[in-house]
Design a protein around this ligand. Sequence first.
Ligand code: TA6
Length: 289
Amino acid sequence: MSIDTSLFEQTLMGNLPVLSVENSHAKAVISLYGGQVLSFKPHGEEQVLWLSPDAVFQEGKAIRGGIPLCWPWFGKRQEGGPNHGYARIATWELVEAKQLENGETQIVLSLDASAAATRPGFVDGNPVITIVVGRALAVTLDTVNSGDQPFGLSQALHSYFAVSDVEKIRIKGLQGTTYLDSTNNQQVCTQSGEVTIKGEVDRIYLNTDSTCIIDDPGLKRSIVVEKAGSNSTVVWNPGSVLAEAMTDIPSRDYASMVCVETATAPSLAKKLVPGEKHQITTRVFVRGC
Ligand code: TA6
């Protein structure tokens, strides 16, 4: 693996190092803290990802927006530890930057076991994130059990997408899918038709490998969210009441984002035995609607 430093510029957001990538297809910003893509803008298009104007760039806090990595668990861990795991609040190391044949840029980051070993809930899973910036943005999270004990893995590429108005979008691809309603004690429900959002929505769609399409008439575009290796999809928007209580989302801004997350739900956690590997990928691009 090699690092071609001509492919990015390293700067700071707050005190945190970020890589700005620009090629013939798109621009992207990637934070080493959290291994998190913060911005993706194909040339000639509007911003695809949403980053909160009040996001906090400070060690120990998760950055609100872009694609945080929930790993090695999603949500709350019964035995304690940070919500959504420690990967999004750890600093990742750049291990590769290279140009692909079609002019796309590939950035690879890893989370060294020695840097994470003292974290509550540590698993010896050697996560590696591969980010390909082109007309589409592809994010792949690899896990390998490098230890001598099995562990259960739940996770998410917790993608925040920029939309004109969350109440006017429609999300296709989940019709007929069973979901757990996290706003209502994980009640089991079935999605009828396209997903529309009014008020808080927090759902874990189970046993789905479908592509989701976010139709946004306001921005006259659709965001296509393809995925692989993932058995669940999470859809989240806090709505106005919860957003008001969150310090890192300005009051009205909840309406300008929606999360459609490529996930492995806790109830469908993947058990990895020593030496076993697992990979999830999301691939995102825009088209007219
Ligand atoms: O993915 C949806 C969710 O798990 C929601 O329950 C909501 O809490 C959200 O993630 C954000 O979590 P965070 O820990 O980033 O505030």
